[in-house]
Design a binder for this molecule. Structure first.
Ligand code: CA
Length: 360
């Protein structure tokens, strides 16, 4: 359509009704936006890559095609660990990743994915949406020209696959385990050797003995990698990742250029995708656990209380050290810890008490 002619006729119509202010929204309603979404996952990777696809599809459908979002798997446009820079620099309008990948940019990013012995998925959403977390996250990313949003949660992960039994804290000594981030630092202080390597190398490393143990996600993703063939024991709970949040990051300039209704659509789609991932993991994990236990006869064991208590003590120290790195880390740490202290008594007499009652 001839744009000038269109604006002209719309303007005249508006003048006739006295509603001059409708002109910009009429122009906006016709504008089309083509966005790229870069991701930190292999294309279509179960749970994570598929969530990026869902988010893109939802935005396109909700906007009636006014924004079309094209998803790029890791390395298709940029490598996994360059998603943050690509979106900040405008190579892509959107990214899909986990905030803890960006600790090299800003240490405090780690608070927005998971911290050891931190918040469950339900508590994390509560802190972000109703406890001031989202505001702090936006403040943290503002200097980078980025707007963060939640787009998924794995729920409580598993402690991982082990080739030796963990009967006491001493059994962690000398343990070579793939466990990245803050959890890895906690293991190191407990006497272990944390290793970071991509998911695709874990199977052969366990098989060859290069690794004694690995964490990954939970039954759904772990079954797909076949770890049950090369590790004897499957331990729980995932103390290091109790409710890992995935993030969508949006280029602030691209977002500001959208009319208000499309901005709302983008953010609401992220919130919907957040709910979707947790539902998918909850449903798929329980099916996969059944297969692991009943078909593959995997030994599923709890980490002993003594071990968990030791890890918990070290975790508090490691997280407190992160808080001391810069003023934003201090502010976010204070907020999340205050929230955790407040929510724990409620979780104890709601979720925890009910889950216990259901098993009596
Ligand atoms: Ca993990």
């Amino acid at each position: 359509m001839n744009r000038r002619k269109f604006i002209g006729s719309a303007g005249l119509a508006s003048l006739a009704t006295g509603a001059v202010l409708t002109v910009p929204s009429v122009v906006h309603a016709k504008a089309k936006y083509r966005w790229k979404m870069v991701t930190a996952w292999p294309k279509n990777f179960p749970g994570l890559g598929t969530n990026a696809n869902l988010l893109a599809k939802t935005i396109t459908a909700m906007s009636g095609g006014r924004i079309s979002v094209k998803v790029y798997g890791a390395k298709e446009l940029v490598p996994a660990f360059e998603v943050f820079d690509a979106v900040a620099g405008g190579t892509a309008e959107m990214g899909h990743a986990g905030a803890y990948y960006w600790k090299g940019k800003t240490e405090a990013a780690q608070f927005f994915s998971a911290i050891p012995f931190g918040l469950t998925a339900q508590e994390m959403n509560a802190w972000l949406y109703y406890g001031g977390g989202m505001e702090l996250w936006r403040e943290l990313y503002r200097p980078f020209g980025l707007i963060p949003a939640t787009t998924g949660n794995s729920g409580v992960q598993m402690a991982g696959w082990f080739n030796r039994e963990i009967k006491s804290a001493d059994d962690l000594k000398g343990l070579k385990m793939r466990i990245p981030g803050l959890g890895g630092e906690v293991l190191r202080r407990a006497g272990g050797t944390p290793v970071n390597m991509p998911g695709g190398e874990l199977f052969t490393s366990l098989q060859s003995g290069a690794l004694d143990a690995t964490e990954w996600v939970g039954p759904y993703n772990d079954l797909a990698f076949g770890f049950y063939k090369v590790a004897k024991y499957y331990y729980y709970p995932g103390w290091h990742e109790p409710g890992s949040t995935m993030e969508a990051i949006i280029n602030a300039k691209a977002f500001d250029a959208l009319p208000g209704d499309l901005q709302e659509i983008v953010l609401t789609a992220c919130k919907a995708a957040n709910m979707d991932m947790l539902s998918e993991y909850t449903a798929r994990n329980n099916q996969a656990l059944d297969v692991l236990v009943n078909k593959h006869k995997v030994k599923v064991l709890p980490l002993p209380d003594e071990v968990l208590k030791k890890l918990r003590g070290i975790s508090d120290a490691v997280v407190a050290e992160l808080a001391a790195k810069d003023p934003m880390s201090k502010k976010i740490h204070a907020s999340v810890m205050q929230f955790r202290d407040q929510v724990m008594p409620w979780s104890k007499l709601s979720e925890q008490a009910f889950l216990r009652a259901r098993m009596l």
